[in-house]
Design a protein. Sequence first.
Lengths: 242, 242
Amino acid sequence: MKDPKLKRYDKDFEYSYAFGTYPTIDLLKSKPEKVLKVLLKQEGFGSEGVNEIVALCEEKGIKYEVNDRVIDKLSVKENTYSIGVFEKYECEIDKNSNHIVLDQPRNMGNIGTIIRTMVGFGFKDLILIKPAADIFDPTIVRSAMGALFSINFKYYDSIEGYSNEFPLHNKYLFMLNGAKNIEEVPFKSPYALVFGTESAGLSDEYAKLGESVYIKHEKDIDSLNLSVAVGIALYKSSLNKL
Amino acid sequence: MKDPKLKRYDKDFEYSYAFGTYPTIDLLKSKPEKVLKVLLKQEGFGSEGVNEIVALCEEKGIKYEVNDRVIDKLSVKENTYSIGVFEKYECEIDKNSNHIVLDQPRNMGNIGTIIRTMVGFGFKDLILIKPAADIFDPTIVRSAMGALFSINFKYYDSIEGYSNEFPLHNKYLFMLNGAKNIEEVPFKSPYALVFGTESAGLSDEYAKLGESVYIKHEKDIDSLNLSVAVGIALYKSSLNKL
């Protein structure tokens, strides 16, 4: 891919940005072959993080340049010392591992937080059912805090399309009116944990795909926040894994 | 309080806003005595939510008015059909209940999500150690999705100030290098769960205030997102409550 003239991110770009020092370091460590270049700000030199970026770039033969003007133009937050510019990529889902499935996720902050939580609890494979947010949007990259570069992800047009491709995965469907309390569920590997949208959850018909599960909470709230519900589910299932 | 000329929210105001139909309904149900008035948009009439607002206002003798222009001026999101204008208030912390303590929280989305999660798991008392975000900021009100109006909260200048006032509460301090895995902790009521900032967590010296606890996760991430960590802790402690 040729050196692109860098503009504010648009989902139709063939490349995206990792803003900030530690996301850039994670990018350089996990996906060095996708890095087009790294931009650095003059005032960041001498900091531990920027020193590590320079060392990684030199070790891996990746171009870096000081360019305060372009960083200021592209950044949405102040005090960005570094931007990793990377070519978008596709992944294959590991058929032997446990999966996380998000049905039509839209809130980018939630998706980023979920990716970070996945990596925290040892999950590496994420399925997104369309329509879904653009996983390379810098908002997701930032809220995942670098964790995006160490997972596999794949978009599917429908939950049935995914389910047909991975028929051996035990599907656990998180629903407000699920049949089993998560405390009583032994999660049998390989499995997939499936979550609906923040606004509507999973509709009842999804229950036929596997076992429906609920996280008990008071009726004073309609539902838990999606990233909190996913966090509790990943934590519990990684403890109760068979 | 006299009828204020409504402007974009500022933390020095004596009043704040609940944007959206369901947060306004929760406000009218939980804190009717604090509501100054309710603004409605013409196009919302006929919807179930706005009908409920009108009925609640009439029942409780609260002023409501159709004012599209002011709603458009004050709203940050599109499609806001309703704004509840309310006078700010102070609360007393219940000395017999279990508490959540956030040390110097700043991220408003996280604070709102934590409030919603608290109510979901039956916690009603929130302590904020300064410096901390303004709990009446509409961003927090919105992300709490109405749950703000059913909790008690109070600011303290220091954790010691709080701790001295509630010496009988068993303090559980969530730290990356905590002494005990949360799975092995029986939470003895009355207790307080204490969490540090998103960026730095709780410093080691806090451990002397009680029992330090960790949530086990992979080293591939620095930490869990604060609202996810709190979510797991509230869920677990409400199950393991003694």
